[in-house]
Design a protein around this ligand. Structure first.
Ligand SMILES: [Zn+2]
Ligand SMILES: [Zn+2]
Length: 103
């Protein structure tokens, strides 16, 4: 008569095939996505306000179109989402606003 040990179970501590947890890093965070959407909406709003013209010289923009200029830059505490802090400027005026002179 042979006695068999009932301990036939093997416990594996290593889990093959499982590497690092699979979560992908988002390049664009949710917050940033929201911000971009807000800025887009604001640009639309400014376009309506400016009637498609530059808000400084009130001319139609050249090939560069209009771009949003922050009167007080966000790095200086300005609110980039406040329409009162933003101007839609033509390329020439926008360059001028940043101290770049065009001939
Ligand atoms: Zn202009
Ligand atoms: Zn600007």
């Amino acid at each position: 008569m042979t006695t068999r040990l009932a301990s036939g179970t093997t416990v594996s501590t290593s889990l093959p095939g499982r590497s690092a947890p699979n979560f992908s890093m988002r390049r664009v965070t949710r917050k940033r996505q929201y911000q971009l959407a807000q800025e887009k909406a604001l640009t639309q709003q400014l376009l309506i306000r400016s009637n498609g013209q530059c808000e400084k010289c009130h001319e139609w923009p050249d090939w560069r179109g209009l771009s949003k200029h922050e009167i007080r830059h966000r790095s200086q505490g300005g609110d980039p989402l406040d329409p009162g802090n933003c101007l839609l400027l033509c390329g020439k005026c926008h360059s001028g606003a940043h101290g770049i002179r065009e001939t």
